[in-house]
Design a protein around this ligand. Structure first.
Ligand SMILES: NC(=O)c1ccc[n+]([C@@H]2O[C@H](COP(=O)([O-])OP(=O)(O)OC[C@H]3O[C@@H](n4cnc5c(N)ncnc54)[C@H](OP(=O)(O)O)[C@@H]3O)[C@@H](O)[C@H]2O)c1
Length: 178
């Protein structure tokens, strides 16, 4: 239970925002979706991998109980697939026309199998449709790699190839950002 000061029901949004939450089938993402509904969001696009659609439908039902007027749309999306993210952006745009917030809650654990960029794809595809804000609950691998470079001791050699491989990110992007 949030402290009363942070209770969504008593902290209404200034307007009925349209929000897209990726990774909303459970955990923090499901709670964020429900909190937006309680705070008076206008539209919620909740997304998750196709394998978790059943759980997402349960989240949708819970949201509708919290706020029967919020428009909820559930969309399959695997954030590790750029075509899937592009499809999500198209579907959200078709549904809401205007998007205020994207919340990326989909995390991964274990070995990273894809090269992850610096978030440009997601940011541009989702946010070009409007001036929406992007939030994430994940620690982005690029940010983690930059932190790792910052923590190198003066005598330690700087090896972009090694760090890029370790964090599964693009080496040239890493050196540009550093
Ligand atoms: N910033 C912080 O202080 C903080 C604190 C705690 C957690 N975190 C981070 O926040 C994230 C969420 O935490 P959580 O506890 O809510 O995790 P969680 O319970 O595992 O939920 C993650 C959500 O992302 C979905 N997801 C996983 N892989 C996906 C993919 N490839 N494409 C689309 N959706 C995917 C999951 O669905 P599935 O059912 O398909 O797996 C689930 O809905 C994690 O990355 C965690 O490390 C941050």
């Amino acid at each position: 239970m949030p402290a009363p000061k942070f209770e969504p029901k008593t902290n209404r949004l200034p307007k009925a925002l349209n929000v897209c939450i990726i990774g909303a089938s459970k955990g923090i993402g499901a709670s964020i979706a429900n909190a937006y509904a309680q705070a008076g969001a206008g539209g919620l696009a909740i997304a998750v991998r196709p394998s978790s659609m059943k759980e997402l439908i349960a989240v949708e039902q819970h949201i509708k109980e919290s706020n029967p007027t919020v428009q909820v749309t559930i969309i399959p999306c695997d954030i590790t697939s750029s075509t899937s993210v592009v499809d999500l952006a198209k579907r959200v745009k078709a549904k809401f026309r205007h998007l205020d917030v994207v919340d990326v809650n989909s995390g991964y654990s274990g070995p990273v199998v894809l090269t992850v960029g610096d978030g440009t794809l997601l940011t541009s595809k989702m946010c070009l449709m409007s001036t929406c804000k992007l939030y994430t609950t994940n620690i982005h691998p690029m940010e983690a790699a930059l932190e790792s470079l910052k923590s190198l001791k003066p005598r330690e050699s700087l090896n972009y190839t090694k760090i890029a491989k370790e964090y599964s990110i693009d080496q040239s992007l890493l050196s540009k950002r550093h």
